[in-house]
Design a protein around this ligand. Structure first.
Ligand code: ZN
Length: 254
């Protein structure tokens, strides 16, 4: 194909075919002859050169661009919000997929962040959980019932709220309250991780055994010890064989 070379008024070189249509342009930046479809016709620069120019211009006028972007966002706040909302509704699968991906990639950071928030907003957290419990009482009770039914463990519930005037109930309560008071004293001023807790020597929930909620089945353990012991049972009344394993573990960890 024979191309006719000619110059525009601004001095840039263009190439026309036999029908006098512009088919190629000489890019004034890189001096390459480029197909007219690959050219930005406003200033007749090839697309890579235009992109390079845009990048440079953005870098030079970063603050101005930022300001313009902010201004635009403020002026079109409602439209933008509506657009995002609609997009999310139309692309639910993609939203879920992206969220999963993000959560997996940032699992550690998100966990730390939420822990920190919980630590700093104890009052807020308590308020939220209280509100939720009050609003979903039936739901919570139903799920508790289901869990109890499904559980392979048997549990004997000694509920003293039935009649506190009974002499044997009072006897048990006195000792239990004294123990609880002692724990409160021990925990005073300590961080939650170093707290002492009330443990059942014979576990309440176990496939083979069922301890009771009575003072002679209570012992004071640290939170770490309690979570290590969990509901283990060695078949003895003292049920203290977990001590050795715990000691070994703490030596390794120290
Ligand atoms: Zn170019």
């Amino acid at each position: 194909m024979i191309l006719i070379e000619s110059k525009t008024r601004k001095g840039s070189l263009i190439y026309k075919n036999h029908e006098h249509k512009v088919v190629a342009v000489c890019c004034p930046k890189c001096s390459e002859i480029v197909d007219v479809r690959e050219v930005n016709m406003r200033d007749r620069i090839c697309k890579p050169c235009k992109n390079e120019y845009k990048k440079l211009h953005y870098r030079k006028n970063k603050e101005r661009y930022k300001h313009l972007h902010k201004k635009y966002q403020e002026e079109h706040k409602d439209t933008i919000q509506l657009y995002h909302k609609n997009w999310k509704l139309e692309n639910k699968d993609r939203v879920l997929e992206n969220r999963d991906k993000y959560n997996k990639q940032n699992a550690k950071r998100l966990c730390e962040k939420s822990k920190e928030w919980l630590r700093n907003n104890k009052d807020k957290r308590a308020k939220i959980s209280r509100k939720y419990t009050q609003a979903n009482k039936d739901k919570i009770n139903a799920s508790k019932r289901v869990r109890r039914k499904k559980s392979p463990f048997k549990e004997v519930r000694t509920d003293w709220r039935i009649d506190k005037t009974l002499p044997h109930v009072q006897y048990f309560m006195k000792d239990t309250l004294a123990l609880k008071r002692k724990i409160k004293e021990l925990n005073y001023g300590k961080s939650a991780t170093d707290h002492f807790t009330l443990d059942h020597i014979i576990p309440l929930k176990h496939p083979q055994v069922c301890g009771l909620n009575i003072p002679c089945n209570y012992q004071i353990l640290t939170r770490k010890q309690n979570s290590f012991k969990n509901n283990s049972f060695d078949g003895t009344y003292n049920n203290d064989s977990w001590h050795d394993a715990y000691k070994k573990l703490s030596i390794i960890n120290d």
